[in-house]
Every structure is written in C-alpha cells, then in structure tokens.
Design a protein around this ligand. Structure first.
Ligand SMILES: [Ca+2]
Ligand SMILES: [Ca+2]
Ligand SMILES: [Ca+2]
Ligand SMILES: [Ca+2]
Length: 257
C-alpha cells in the first residue's frame, strides 16, 4: 500500500482546506483519485464529457462555440447571439431560444444590437436610439435599413417634447398627438388618438393597430415586413402651420416579430 500521496493531491488539499467548505473539499479529493487531463477539476468519471478541453465540464458556461460545454448533450443552448460565432437574426429569436436572456448587446446578422428583453414582453431589437422628432419637418433617415424582419414597432418616448398642433408627449393619450410614421414607401401613418390636422397629407390609418402599453409609448402592428421606419411630426411634414411647431422630442424605435 502506497501511503505517499501525489504532490498535486497535497497541494490541492491544502488550498482546498483553506478556501472550500467541507463538502466541496470531499469532491476535490475524489476527483483527484483519477486523471483530469485538461485540469478543469473534473474527471471523466465525474462527468467531464471531454477531458481534453477545459471549457467543457458539467455546469460549465455554455459558450457559443459549436460545442456542448456543460455536458448536457445540447450544443450552444441559450447562447445564441452571445458571440460573433453564432449571430441571431434578431432579438426575438434570441428570446425564443433562451427565455432567460437579459437585456443588453447581442450579435445579430446585421451587427451588434441592443436587445430589450424586459419591456412589454421583450424580444425587441433597438433599431434607433434617440430618433429626433421636430415639428417643422422630419428627420430624413430611414431606420431599420438592415432589413430586420418585424410585425410590431415600438416607439418608446425618450425625452423632450414637440408641438405640432398638439404636443408630444403631453397629449398622446388625451385625444390627439402629433406623431406620424412611415413604413417603407407607404404614406405617412396615423396612430390611435390622432386628432390634429393632417392638412391634406396622404395618410394610412393605423388606428386599429396602435396600442399604448404605458406612458407615452405606442406600438404599431402589421403583417410581416422588413421595411424601413421613419418618424415625424405630421403637421410639420405637411407644412400647414409651422409657426407654432416648436420643440424637439426623442424616441427610441424597436422592432420585433
Ligand atoms: Ca477534466
Ligand atoms: Ca473538460
Ligand atoms: Ca450544452
Ligand atoms: Ca457551446
């Protein structure tokens, strides 16, 4: 019987005794009784399903690398969009694949985007932060130029106000608002509660497809689309009475499926 313990065992035991609670110390002792080739503190007998790769062991973080890191026989589960190795189409796909995914930046096919997972059931891809709205015209930028597929757009109030007959945000739930939007080549659209003059501007009525989930935010729904999105103050766009159209507001624009 060999009473001399291997040096590695002695070092581990000393470190473990200083750092680990007793039950973990016992685990450490048992694992050192067999080989741990990749030094990830798990032996094959303990469940290391690849003892030649230290990123692979039971309960390891599941990396986006084409491998089953946590040894549960599923490859890359819950890691979609966490690396440029496996980009997602959009934030809706990430949330579908991992309902626990948190808000933050993710890798999409179109680049790195902020995904909003907690707001209004989540799955939102931010296609523009702080889009400018002003009363005497419109920002010429078409957002979602990358063509991310959507069937809902969230216009989230960020800051400021703009006046074009009625002021946004103060009047948005009170019978009128001055915001309009344009999807692709469509006419400018009207959300619910539109009450001010459009001055003959060609418009598409989205009254039945507009919801107000809270505050001054509003969601517009329609069929699947990858169209661009533009936002403006309709009275200013149609140049009917621009003298009173003062102010600037900023709106975040999100899409989801
Ligand atoms: Ca190992
Ligand atoms: Ca391993
Ligand atoms: Ca896995
Ligand atoms: Ca993996």
């Amino acid at each position: 019987m060999n009473l001399t313990k291997p040096l590695r065992f002695q070092r581990f035991t000393l470190a473990a005794a200083l750092l680990l609670p007793a039950h973990l110390l016992l685990i450490g002792q048992s694992q050192c009784q067999t080989e741990d080739a990749d030094m990830d503190d798990w032996t094959t007998a303990q469940g290391d399903c690849n003892d030649n790769d230290a990123t692979i062991y039971p309960n390891a973080p599941e990396l986006c690398d084409g491998l089953d890191n946590d040894c549960d026989r599923e490859v890359d589960e819950g890691s979609l969009g966490t690396s440029e190795v496996c980009p997602a189409a959009d934030c809706t796909e990430i949330q579908d694949a991992n309902p626990e995914a948190q808000s933050g930046p993710y890798y999409l096919n179109a680049g790195v985007y902020h995904c909003e997972m907690g707001l209004y059931e989540g799955g939102w891809t931010l296609v523009r932060q702080d889009a400018l709205v002003y009363g005497t015209g419109y920002d010429g930028t078409y957002y979602n130029g990358e063509g991310i597929l959507w069937n809902q757009v969230l216009f989230q109030y960020a800051s400021g106000y703009v006046s074009a007959h009625c002021a946004y945000p103060d009047s948005i739930t009170g019978g009128c608002n001055n915001l309009g939007f344009q999807f692709g080549g469509e006419s400018w659209g009207l959300p619910l509660y539109w009450g001010s003059s459009t001055c003959g501007l060609a418009t598409t009525d989205y009254t039945g497809a507009t919801t107000y989930p809270g505050g001054y935010d509003f969601i517009v729904s329609r069929g699947d689309s990858n169209e661009t999105i533009r936002l403006g103050a309709l009275e200013g766009i149609s140049s009917c009475t621009i003298e009173d159209n003062h102010g600037e507001a900023y709106v975040n624009i999100y899409v989801r499926r």
